[in-house]
Every structure is written in C-alpha cells, then in structure tokens.
Design a protein around this ligand. Structure first.
Ligand code: 5AD
Ligand code: SF4
Length: 474
C-alpha cells in the first residue's frame, strides 16, 4: 500500500525515444556523463539544464552508467526516504568507481548544501558537490576534480534563473516538456526544506520562457508544463515593455504561442492562486483544466503550525471558486499525515476536506522531520510512526475511492486527448491525457494517428488510475 508513496517520478510518458544529447560514437565527445534524477519535476528540469551546460563543453550523455566517465546524481532532500535512496545509489557508484578508476561521481541539487562535508570528507563518497544555483560552474569543477582537487560549489544565488540556457531534453517523449519559470521559494512552510536547499524565490525573464515554449512547439512538442515551487507568485518586471508580468499574464503569453500547444503548470499555493489565473485558464482552451492545489492538512490548527497561511474554510472556498469558474477542472493535492501534534480529529478534518474537494489524485506522505526547518526547530515530531502510517493508509484508501469515483463519472464522456505515445503494456494501444490530466488508453485501430496529434476519445471503462476508451471520429 505504501508503495504508492514514491520519491522517484514514475510516469508512463517519460519513457520516450527522442533525444539529442546522447552520443552514438564515444569519440564524438571528450567525456561521457550519466545523470540520475530524484525528486520533483523541478529536479528533472534542472538535470536538462545541467546536460545542456555539459554538452556545450563537449561532454556527451549516456544512459549506460557503466560507460560513463562522470556520474551525477541530482538529489532530493524533501523526505528522509529520498535521501536514503540517494545514499544507497552513491555507495553502488563508489563500487563502480573502484572497478574503473578515474570515474568521477558528483552530487547535484538539494542534498549538496547540507551534506557537502559529509560526502566529500567523512565518507569520501563523491568527488564533486554542486548546489542547484551553481551549475554554470560545473565544467570548471569537473576540471578541478580531474586534477584531484576538492570540487564544491553550493552557493545559493538571489538572481540565477538559467534564463539563457536552452535545456537539452533527456528521456523525453518528444511531446511534453517541463519549462522552469522560477526558482526557490519564499513561503517557509514549517515542514519544508526547500527554502533552505533552493534559496529565495526569483522569476525568469518572460521572453526567455515564451521563446523556449515557441522553440519546443516548432520542434514538435505539443505540451509544456510551467514549473515553479509556487507558480502563482511569478512576478517579472518587463522593463522593455514597461509592464509587470504576473502568472496570469505569463500563462496568456504562453497560451498564445499556438492553440495546438497545451499549457500546464505546477505547483499552485492555495493562498496565491487568483481569479485572474482562473479566468485566464477558462479563456484559453489550450490551458489545461487541471490544478495541483496542495492541501497538506485539513485542520486549521495544523495548517497554522505548518505556516500555510490559510484555513480549511479558505481552502474549501478556493475549491468552490475553481469549480464555479471551470466546472470541469481536475484538482489534485499533496497531503501530509502525522504532522507534529496532529490529533485524531485533525486527521478526520483532512479526510473531510479530501471528500469535499473530490480530488482526482493526490501525492500522500507521512511527515518526515527535516533538519533546519522551522518545524524541526519549533515542534516535537511527536506522532509515533505506526500512527502516522495508519493515518496515511486511511488517506490513501480514501483517495483510491475518490479517484475511482471521479473516473466513473467520466464513463460515456468524450474528451480531446493528446497522444503521448504507445501504451507501455500493449503497443496496439495509444496512451494520452485529457485536459484534466487523466491518462486515457485506447486502441489505435486501423486509423493513422501519430504521437503528438489530438484525437477525440469516448470513455467506456476505467480503473482507479486510468480511463479506457475508443477513438470517435468527429
Ligand atoms: N515530510 C513529508 N512530506 C513533505 N513534503 C514536503 N516536506 C515534507 C516533509 N518534511 C511534501 C508536501 C509537499 C510535497 C512536495 O512534499 O506535501 O507539497
Ligand atoms: Fe516547500 Fe511550502 Fe515552498 Fe512548497 S510552498 S516548496 S511546501 S515551502
């Protein structure tokens, strides 16, 4: 049951075949790098920036770790389990290194800052440690490490957005891409380590975002997901045009790239998502009807300890507002079970808001205390593990029911679906998503559709996770 809680992004759509940075002939490149990413979509997007920086310096990517000269792990600190997984991988890579001396191992991303001395000195696990704002210095650090020097840069920046770097797409299906629009977070939710590992919030230049989306569209992509820890606080002073660009105006600019380009975004903070954003979504058919709106807890008392700055009533009113403006909008959530001081009635309050919100999907976790966070400094992690896990199981069971209910409501409906590729289970079937971000699997039949095209699909069956349907020609 707890397997549902995964720290590695697993997604049928990320198994594509179109790449650019991978070398066929090893002699094409000065060195070959292998990069493994953990955690959120932002980390996956960062790995594509890293690949671009390394590519420019003459390094080629490989998917085979055995043939890599440089092994990078882009790490996640959000929960303890993610850190443990990374440590295990680093130990395996050290063994590889013993077999093939000269191989360099580097830790990138969120674990870099906190664990730099441990990794480099105490455990001698790695050769390079590079934080999320220091990727431009990576080629120079590789040279230092090759010369046997310590290679560390974990400085956080107030203005680095990598705006001018065109990410090279790793493991892409050639249809959907992540586009980072901002970095860092100023929110200080008390459980969260992100403000410490990724630093202050900063927004990327609007033109560079629109240009990246246009280039993606021109090279065949049909869906972009705009990424930030808190996209609704996107704020860019466009001095060239003397205007302030908010998230709503950014969405509109990206939606106008082409009506054939689907636009998604993640993550929204319930306190910040505005009517302006909702109306912009409603205005453009190609902005997908789907909002990831993390609840975290349904208890106002716990929300206050979490420093989320909204109450359960505020959250429910937001859900109402979304449904009022877009009755067909999908909503998903993040939920934490067993935060400090959580009592049975707080837990019930969470289940209650979940039912009220009728989430299509949720990412569910039990609370994991993170060093340096406000919660770790202020509160005791006082909920026993068995209670945390029992509450999490109840949350997961409720979500399973809500997901199935939501899918059953779609039976008989017709959706516009973007074909993302063949179904992993059966190559006679296509898989794609509807605007609400639900996965739909349907037979190809003898119709000549291709990946990246839109089709209309009628839903005639479902499981808890997937809609099943057939193409209807309109
Ligand atoms: N423990 C458990 N879950 C956490 N999250 C963030 N920090 C923690 C933590 N310390 C969850 C939140 C967040 C998602 C990305 O990860 O639900 O929205
Ligand atoms: Fe963490 Fe809260 Fe920022 Fe999300 S909004 S990254 S949970 S501090």
């Amino acid at each position: 049951m707890l397997d549902l809680v995964t720290d590695k992004v697993q997604d049928e759509t990320r198994q594509g075949e179109a790449f650019s940075p991978f070398a066929n002939d090893p002699n094409d490149y000065r060195k070959r790098f292998y990069i493994e990413s953990y955690g959120c979509q932002m980390n996956f997007a960062d790995s594509e920036i890293v690949a671009s920086i390394l590519n420019k310096e003459g390094f080629g990517a490989t998917r085979n770790v055995e043939e890599a000269d440089l092994i990078f792990v882009n790490t996640c600190s959000i929960r303890e389990k993610a850190e443990q997984t990374v440590r295990k991988r680093l130990t395996e890579f050290r063994k590889l290194k013993e077999k093939k001396p000269g191989t360099l191992v580097g830790v990138l991303g969120c674990m870099a800052e906190r664990l730099k001395s441990k990794f480099l000195e105490e455990e001698k696990l790695v050769d390079l440690v590079v934080g999320p704002d220091a990727y431009r210095t990576l080629p120079a650090l590789v040279t230092d490490a090759e010369g046997g020097q310590k290679a560390v840069n974990v400085l956080l920046s107030r203005d680095e957005t990598y705006a001018d770097i065109s990410p090279v797409r790793l493991d892409s299906n050639g249809i959907s891409a992540f586009v980072s629009i901002m970095r860092g977070c100023n929110n200080m939710c008390s459980f969260c380590v992100v403000p410490f590992t990724r630093g202050r919030e900063r927004s990327r230049d609007v033109d560079s975002i629109v240009n990246e989306c246009t280039e993606l569209f021109n090279s065949g992509y049909r869906e972009v997901t705009l990424l930030g820890q808190n996209v609704d606080s996107y704020y860019f002073n466009d001095e060239k045009n003397n205007t302030i660009i908010t998230f709503a105006s950014l969405l509109e600019r990206v939606a106008m790239v082409s009506p054939l380009l689907r636009v998604r975004f993640s993550t929204s903070h319930p306190k910040d998502i505005t009517d302006d954003v909702l109306h912009t979504m409603a205005k453009y058919e190609n902005i997908c009807r789907y909002i990831h709106l993390p609840l975290q807890s349904g208890s106002t008392r716990v929300l206050q300890l979490m420093n989320r700055t909204y109450t359960r009533e505020w959250y429910k009113a937001k859900v109402d507002r979304i449904r009022e403006i877009m009755p067909d909008c999908g909503i998903s959530s993040d939920i934490i079970a067993g935060f400090c001081t959580e009592e049975e009635n707080d837990h019930k309050a969470t289940l209650d808001v979940m039912e009220y919100s009728r989430y299509d999907m949720s990412y569910m976790f039990f609370y994991s205390e993170r060093p340096g966070t406000l919660a770790q400094r202020r509160y005791k992690d006082d909920i026993p593990e068995d209670i945390k896990k029992r509450r999490l199981v109840e949350i997961i069971e409720l979500q399973n029911k809500l997901s199935l209910d939501s899918n059953k409501k779609d039976l008989g409906k017709i959706f516009k679906v973007l074909i993302e590729g063949e179904s992993k289970r059966n190559s006679d079937n296509w898989m794609g998503r509807n605007s609400q971000n639900k996965v739909i699997v349907f037979p190809k039949g003898n119709l000549n559709y291709k990946k990246g095209e839109y089709v209309t699909v009628k839903v005639n069956d479902c499981t808890q996770a997937t809609l099943l349907g057939e193409i209807v020609e309109m």
